[in-house]
Each structure stands twice: as structure tokens, then as C-alpha cells.
Design a protein around this ligand. Structure first.
Ligand code: HEM
Length: 146
């Protein structure tokens, strides 16, 4: 666009050096931002479990549990469901990893995916049906390390 010599370009807003607490609060992730990360952890846990890499599966599930609890800081309305999900669905997965029981792990995994999608329906997000990607993640060595 051409400019006459006397007209100055409008000053652009500068990147802020500090943000007010309200702006910082608004920037914290809610469930829509955390759920894809949760899904990635769950996917990794599944393939680590299938490879009987129990330390890796446990690690992924622990990080997933942290993400769920992080989400309830900004979205406390989900706290009760999240804690129920942890007790009823994640704990059996941790127990199967602890025992190194692949059959129990696969059963608990299937149940926990069903439960997750039930929570989606409960929160009026029945169109969000999560499923585990059948392809193992390519950026992680799944074989147990000594
Ligand atoms: C295995 C466990 C779970 C997985 C893998 C999972 C996965 C996902 C995924 C991929 C999304 C879509 C995010 C997007 O792209 O917008 C989503 C959304 C959502 N999930 Fe989950 N979910 C799980 C468990 C749960 C549980 C236990 C709850 C309830 C406490 C829950 C509540 C929600 C809600 C409310 C949304 C919609 C977020 C929004 O758009 O505001 N999910 N979930």
C-alpha cells in the first residue's frame, strides 16, 4: 500500500514484558488443550505395556495422571470425575504394570478407554470418541531396557 510522505505507520503493539495475573490465568490450559497430551500418553502407555516395558508404561501413566490433575486447577468442575477415573480406571492399570500382567493390563486398558468415552458423553462431548492408535509411536524404543 502506498503512503504519503507525511503519514506515519500506526505503531504496532509491543510484546509485553510482564503480564497481569488475569492474563496469565487466561493463558493456562483447560481440558481441550490438555486432552490431546493425555491421549498421547495413553497411546504410549498402551504400546509400552504391549511390549512388556513396565517401567515405561508406568511412567506414561504417571505423567498422564499429572496432566489430569493439572487440568482440574483451571477446570475444578471435572475434579470429582477425574479422581473417580484415577481410582477406578488408572489404578488397575498401575497394578497390572506393577505385576507385569499383560492380560490384566489389556483388560484394564480396554475398560479405561470405555470409561473415558463415557465421561465424554457425560460432559456433552459424545462426538469425541477416543481410540488408541494401533501404530506404535515411532520416536520411542519400546523394548525394555536393562
Ligand atoms: C483415557 C482417558 C482419556 C483420553 C485419552 C481422552 C481424550 C480426549 C481427547 C483426544 C479430546 C479432544 C481434545 C480436542 O482435540 O479438543 C478430549 C476432550 C475432552 N475430554 Fe477427554 N479423554 C480421556 C478421559 C477423560 C475424562 C476422564 C474426562 C472427564 C473427567 C474427560 C473430559 C473431556 C472433556 C470435557 C473434553 C472436551 C474438552 C473441551 O473441548 O473443552 N476426558 N478427551
Amino acid at each position: 500500500m502506498s503512503q504519503s510522505p507525511e503519514s506515519q505507520p500506526a505503531p504496532q503493539p509491543k510484546n509485553p514484558e510482564r503480564l497481569e495475573l488475569e492474563a496469565l490465568t487466561a493463558l493456562q490450559p483447560g481440558f481441550a488443550r490438555l486432552m490431546p497430551e493425555i491421549g498421547a500418553r495413553m497411546w504410549r502407555a498402551f504400546h509400552a505395556g504391549r511390549a512388556e516395558n513396565w517401567p515405561l508404561a508406568t511412567w506414561q501413566l504417571k505423567e498422564m495422571r499429572k496432566l489430569f490433575r493439572l487440568g482440574t486447577v483451571t477446570r475444578p468442575k471435572y475434579e470429582s470425575d477425574v479422581e473417580t477415573y484415577i481410582d477406578e480406571d488408572l489404578d488397575p492399570l498401575f497394578a497390572a504394570c506393577e505385576k507385569g500382567d499383560l492380560e490384566a493390563f489389556e483388560r484394564a486398558f480396554h475398560d479405561s478407554v470405555e470409561a473415558a468415552n463415557e465421561y465424554h458423553r457425560r460432559w456433552n462431548k459424545g462426538f469425541l470418541v477416543w481410540k488408541v492408535p494401533q501404530t506404535p509411536p515411532e520416536d520411542l524404543v519400546l523394548e525394555p531396557q536393562s
